[in-house]
Design a protein around this ligand. Sequence first.
Ligand code: ADP
Length: 410
Amino acid sequence: MKVLVLNCGSSSVKYQLIETSLEQIEANADVVIAKGSVDRIGTGSAVHTFQPAGRAKVTESGEILEHREALTQIVRMLTHAEKGVIASPGEIDAVGHRVVHGGEKFTASALATPEAIAAVEACVPLAPLHNPPNLRGYEAAKRILPDVPHALVFDTAYHQTMPPVSYLYGLPYVLYSRHKIRRYGFHGTSHRFVGWRSRQLLGRPREETRLVTCHLGNGASVCAIDHGRSVDTSMGFTPLEGLLMGTRSGDLDASVVFHVMHEEDLTEHQVTTMLNKHSGLFGLSGVSNDMRELLAEEAKGHERAKLAIDLFCYRLRKYVAAYAGAMGGVDAVIFTGGIGENSPAIRSRSLAGLEFMGLEVDEAKNAAAIGTEADVSAAGARVKTLVIPTNEELIIARDTVRLVAGAENP
Ligand code: ADP
């Protein structure tokens, strides 16, 4: 079955066409036929990049005003006589959509029935920046491909197994019962993918594994996975909580917000922007939110770049140890995301000091593991350290196939 996987942001659509089936999932033999993205939607200079597997990349630019136009272009590119990979849109058997927030309603992926779409709309107040473009993408795709099943795969769903002690804040309970103020967690598809893949690599059943998965990209989060289920994660009501991130502050005493608003005479909007876009690695270093640039600056002696990196690693180390404590132990720590997959230095600096827990990295293996799957643990380390490139699109395609087939999602 050919599944078109869509990830629609406010001004971009990322997509992949993936051939998979229940048998291919079982054999881990799914095939990516093509991938691409349309960026800068809403401008006169949108850029469409298309990468058919094993062939040269195609880049086009022009005016693309909204998501429906972007999706029309994507289907045209996929079916293009020379550049394309399929003969007609009829070859697309299903569409899988990434949706950021599924609230408490969605504990797993779901077919996009009218009731499900209404429930996603009801989650808009929880994710006002993310769910609307996800919905616009869905509506556009539904118009262009009306006769195939569409599936919804949520960033939050995987974390719905968290117990109340993990997901509640220490606030008046009425805020939870009235307004659903609680921790939801994000990056669920990524944590679920690397959790599944690590159990395969370790050759252990889910019942016997306690994992700490570290998704370190521009946004970053840690997840405690016990028996294959998320039992805690570092992002909360919004993606702002937890680790230090590219431009987000992560954990913060809420009183700081009011103090700063008062002292600096900032509006709610300004302070929200400060916490989400001007903080984190960027705010601390004053240089960049990009870990590669920070590492390069640190090597040249830039003190605040070093401080920002040290803080990033320190906070990650605390979360790894805390989650091991939450689960009563840990069998493996997994690194993924742009930083986790590509930066040996950040991996080893974050785990330094956790030898007492049985975590020990083999520096040569770690240095060699860049963008590839690898076991970078030292010989004899009680707790494994693994690097696993994430693949959220694959999970979306697989969930779509399983939903269409009426099979259970693991
Ligand atoms: P996003 O959350 O936007 O999907 P990514 O997962 O692509 O982000 O991760 C982006 C981050 O990964 C950036 O901070 C980038 O600097 C970092 N990164 C990518 N390659 C490397 C590398 N070789 N060394 C250190 N950091 C890297």
